[in-house]
Design a protein around this ligand. Structure first.
Ligand code: BT5
Length: 271
């Protein structure tokens, strides 16, 4: 049975966008395919009310693709993944909600999916996907609330599938791309279909169990554990040995000061 056949249909092209359905192994997802957009996350946040749960926004290019803290995501090269997934799993957000770990869940899914291409990826907390120290994917989760109720969560993923070494030169940290690792061009639509299929095959269980559902795989893939690191956040900079993760996905650091610190957000540099 061919699962991805409809992805090759080019018959629905309008001037700026077309709608198509990704035929996945286990489910059907509504996808909005944009030729060019400022950012798929921005688009999703602007249109959150009219977008449905599990809808997918994919763009050929982004003019203002971004990461955390308004950092730039290089997204002018087509045939890479610039995608946002709209998720509306519940309205009420309780303490220790799995929402805060969704990007970590996706980072594990990406690592496991890359094995299909014989690529062994590792994780850099909280959710960078690296291959041999070079970044191949980044994730950005953004949510909107109506009072205390969740309006929707947007899970943005940027994954380099078909970059040239020259394309990567403009990125201010070591970066890589799947085609350069496998030696072959990568079919983006099949990649997205397979990835989302894997994502949704464990999504309900993840929502039930939260970070604990992925803690073992996440820990195995976190190659910086046991090493000396610096964590930089908006307000502070702490150095120490990366020990482990809490059951809610925070990082446990044995700080140089002798204290054990639990860090919820920040950027890691290995020393
Ligand atoms: C991230 O931020 O890694 C999250 C990136 C999310 C991008 C997706 S694309 C679809 C959706 N729409 C958006 O506008 N965003 C999401 P952060 O951890 O802050 O890392 C940003 C850093 O990654 C940059 O400062 C660069 O060092 C590096 N970088 C930028 N572009 C890259 C690329 N194409 N490949 C690898 N690294 C890149």
């Amino acid at each position: 049975m061919k699962h991805y056949s409809t992805l090759n249909l080019k018959t629905l092209h309008l001037k700026t966008l077309h709608l198509k359905t990704l035929h996945l192994k286990t489910l059907h997802l509504k996808t909005l395919n944009l030729n060019e957009v400022d950012s798929t996350n921005n688009y999703a946040l602007r249109n959150l009310s009219s977008l449905s749960d599990r809808q997918v926004i994919v763009a050929e290019k982004q003019t203002r693709g971004h990461g955390r803290l308004a950092r730039k995501w290089v997204s002018h090269v087509p045939e890479n993944v610039y995608m946002s997934l709209i998720l509306k799993p519940f309205r009420e957000v309780k303490e220790h909600s799995p929402l805060v770990n969704l990007t970590q869940y996706m980072s594990v899914v990406i690592c496991e999916f890359l094995l299909k291409y014989d690529v062994h990826a590792e994780l850099k907390w909280p959710n960078d996907v690296l291959v041999k120290g070079a970044k191949i994917a980044g994730l950005l989760g953004e949510s909107t609330f109506q009072g205390i109720l969740l309006k929707g969560y947007v899970l943005g993923a940027g994954i380099n599938l078909n970059m040239t070494p020259d394309d990567l030169k403009v990125i201010d940290q070591p970066a890589t791309s799947l085609n350069l690792l496998t030696g072959n061009p990568v079919n983006r639509d099949s990649f997205i279909s397979g990835l989302l299929d894997k994502f949704f095959s464990g999504y309900d269980q993840f929502l039930e169990k939260g970070f604990l559902h992925i803690k073992e795989q996440y820990t195995k893939k976190s190659t910086f554990l046991g090493k000396k690191i610096t964590i930089t956040s908006l307000k502070s900079r702490t150095t120490g040995i990366a020990k482990n993760f809490t059951d809610y996905g925070s990082l446990i650091l044995a700080a140089d000061s002798g204290e054990e610190k639990i860090i919820k957000a920040g950027d890691i540099t290995c020393l």
